[in-house]
Ligand binder design. Structure first.
Ligand SMILES: Cc1ncc(COP(=O)(O)O)c(C=O)c1O
Length: 376
């Protein structure tokens, strides 16, 4: 069996042809494909506006600069990739790490408690972890009651839906961000997107993406003005052509991910020690399939499990190490938060391969080997 990673892209001849078309055209950087891709993603998510950028981290950075001020306090989850809370730091703001629920998402009830005891808290950065959206009615309540700014990190959750609310529609948030890294549902190589329903924010994000520079029809032909301090976070037409082509297949990709998730559910349903993070959840677009094991009752450690599975050519991954315990965060005074759910989750959890190209045969091989290693 060839090595099976925890996630990977599915690029077809159709995708390659779309990219080749752009390579033969006049526009390699910002051309018509960027706008076309933005409109297609905004339309897919049900948001008014979208701004495409060079990766998901850049999307978080720009959204943070636009939404936050230096010194702002922002509630966020320790269970995410570093980029989510790093973006808060980029804006000179202070992340506050809130414990997670059983399903790996930030606990919005604890967020409300924090908001009650400190009304100066400005924002919540919520991640729809593994593709499973946080409770939208709680976001709505918090927004209404406390006026909290909300950013949804949808890097795991394109295509997910919670009670008719599509991830990225920004129904109860100022902005949402996406990543199109190859392990995600659809890819542009590297790539990211911000969606919003706020026209002023949309205009600001477009300027921030391109050095803070403005050029209007009234200006002289050579003229441009720098209005704010921006960046070169542009995405290319080459990447957006790939994104447009991938978007056409997204529903099929998600369908296959859900099918594979249900197969895994079935395999681990009655197991005495292995349990899925959550059993089948139609809201989730299943970026990840996470399992939990209380390793204290086993003869092997998590490290040994990772090593043994690797010798079988099966890649496991851990999503995630609590961000607040990272060495850099410790230098900032973080690391001693009381987050018991996250600590237990970190001890127990690991992700097994899930991507639409995974065959039934490969999935059976993964299940068989995992059961063997755990039961030995
Ligand atoms: C939850 C989350 N947010 C943000 C990012 C950053 O996206 P990118 O890798 O495109 O910069 C990632 C990427 O792994 C992620 O998983």
């Amino acid at each position: 069996m060839q090595f099976i990673p925890y996630g990977k892209q599915w690029v077809t001849t159709e995708d390659i042809n779309s990219v080749a078309e752009v390579l033969k055209s006049d526009f390699l950087t910002t051309g018509p494909k960027v706008k076309e891709f933005e409109e297609a993603v905004a339309d897919y998510c049900g948001a008014k506006y979208a701004v495409a950028v060079c990766n998901g981290t850049a999307a978080l950075h720009l959204a943070s600069i636009a939404l936050l001020n230096s010194g702002d306090k922002v509630l966020t989850t320790p269970n995410s990739f570093l980029a989510t809370s790093n973006a808060i730091l980029y804006a000179g703001a202070h992340p506050i790490f809130i414990d997670i629920q059983e399903n790996g998402n930030i606990d919005l009830d604890l967020c409300e408690e924090a908001l009650k005891s400190d009304p100066s808290i400005k924002a919540i950065y919520a991640v729809h972890f593994s593709g499973n959206p946080v409770e939208q009615e709680k976001l709505a309540h918090i927004k209404k009651r406390y006026g909290t700014t909300i950013l949804e990190d949808c890097a795991h959750s394109i295509g997910a839906e919670y009670q008719g609310i599509k991830a990225g529609s920004c129904t109860h948030s100022e902005a949402s961000i996406f990543s199109f890294h190859p392990v995600k549902h659809m890819t542009t190589g590297e790539g990211g997107m911000i969606t919003t329903n706020d026209e002023t924010l949309y205009e600001k994000l477009k300027i921030l993406r391109n050095h803070g520079m403005v050029k209007t029809p009234e200006m002289k032909p050579w003229e441009y003005e720098m209005k704010i301090l921006g960046f070169n976070y542009r995405i290319t037409d080459i990447q957006c052509a790939l994104g447009l082509s991938q978007l056409k297949k997204l529903e099929g990709f998600i369908e296959r991910r859900r099918e594979l998730a249900q197969n895994y559910d079935k395999a681990f349903k009655n197991h005495p020690v292995i349990r899925p993070l959550y059993f089948y959840n139609g809201n989730s677009s299943y970026h990840l399939y996470v399992l939990r094991i209380n390793f204290n009752v086993l003869n092997i450690t998590k490290e040994e499990l990772f090593v043994k599975m690797k010798t079988k050519n099966i890649g496991l991954q851990l999503h995630y190490i609590p961000i607040n315990r990272q060495p850099y965060y410790r230098t900032l005074g973080y690391g001693n938060e009381n987050i018991p759910q996250m600590d237990r989750y970190f001890e127990e959890s690991f992700s097994i391969p899930l991507f639409p190209l995974l065959t039934d045969l490969e999935q059976e091989y993964i299940i068989e080997n995992l059961l063997k290693v755990v039961e030995q």
